[in-house]
Design a binder for this molecule. Structure first.
Ligand code: SAM
Length: 277
């Protein structure tokens, strides 16, 4: 039985949240086409991979299936609430609870060929990003790779494709996504390459993946699920009036999605390499 974690994570960690993460995972893999970026060598039979902020464990589970049993993946999250049941975790994968802003255990330092981070947009701030990159780098072997995949929130816009109609509800959704609260700054993904270099990593590649038309209806589903998840979290916190208004807005968003509006957004993947000196 997992212990609830007291932190500032804006979502709950229910089954519905895990399902939402799994859906976004599959959409992302369809979009970018890889679990581990092609620039990262994966051939070593003893490859060691860390997945930080593993959530439901879907990325780590899929990679464990792809890699040989001699490889080893360690997946970390500050909560085990969404981890898969141990009965289904293969022997080359291990789940741990750990707060990624705190130093990792001594025996993990310098041990990993690859460290993966994904969908931390609501978790980090401009202030916590540099120390987090530093902390993740401590896990890497010399020459090891940091892979970071995120939505670039600054690229979020509304599209109606070849149609032309007003989209006030989706316009409002896009504004909320870009700045959910007045002091929020979710712009870090656009300059992740510079942040990697500032923290001493060698930049291998910084790639962009614009949402494509055939995935748009499914990307709309992720917006709906995410909005519903936030409404539920606010409801649990007793914020009933704002939630009532948000649910009305969500219904208008759904109606506009149904007519052919969609949120357009680019995802980025930044790969950095730790020096060998
Ligand atoms: C949006 S989910 C992404 C999950 C996963 N990376 C994926 O791509 O599906 C963010 C995850 O980070 C975890 N998290 C939040 N704060 C954390 C922290 N300080 N240390 C470790 N994990 C954290 C949350 O519990 C959640 O599982």
């Amino acid at each position: 039985m997992s212990q609830p974690v007291k932190d500032n994570y804006i979502f709950s960690r229910s089954e519905a949240d895990a399902i939402r993460l799994n859906y976004i995972h599959w959409l992302s893999i369809r979009l970018c086409g890889f679990l581990v970026h092609p620039s990262i060598p994966k051939e070593s039979p003893n490859l060691r991979v860390a997945d930080v902020g593993a959530g439901s464990g879907i990325w780590a589970m899929e990679l464990a299936h792809e890699l040989p049993r001699t490889a080893r993946i360690d997946a970390f999250d500050n909560s085990d609430s969404q981890f898969p049941a141990t009965a289904w975790v293969p022997p080359n994968l291990h789940f741990w609870t750990h707060d990624c802003f705190k130093p990792f255990a001594e025996d993990l330092l310098g041990k990993f060929d690859v460290v993966n981070v994904r969908f931390f947009v609501t978790i980090i701030t401009p202030q916590t990003l540099p120390p987090l990159i530093q902390n993740l780098t401590t896990l890497l072997k010399p020459g090891g790779y940091l892979q970071w995949y995120e939505p670039d929130m600054g690229t979020t816009t509304v599209t109606t494709g070849s149609l032309s109609f007003n989209t006030p509800a989706v316009d409002k959704l896009v504004s909320i996504m870009k700045k959910p609260i007045p002091n929020a700054d979710h712009s870090f993904a656009a300059t992740l390459d510079q942040s990697f270099v500032h923290q001493g990593l060698e930049l291998v590649t910084f790639d962009r993946y614009p949402m494509r038309d055939t995935l748009r209806p499914f990307f709309c589903h992720t917006q709906i699920m995410t909005y519903e998840a936030l409404c539920e979290k606010l409801e649990q916190q007793g914020m009933l009036e704002p939630v009532k208004a948000a649910r009305e807005h969500l219904q208008e968003v759904k109606d506009e999605f149904q007519k052919g509006a969609a949120v357009a957004q680019e995802f980025v993947c930044c790969i950095g390499r730790k020096g060998t000196a």
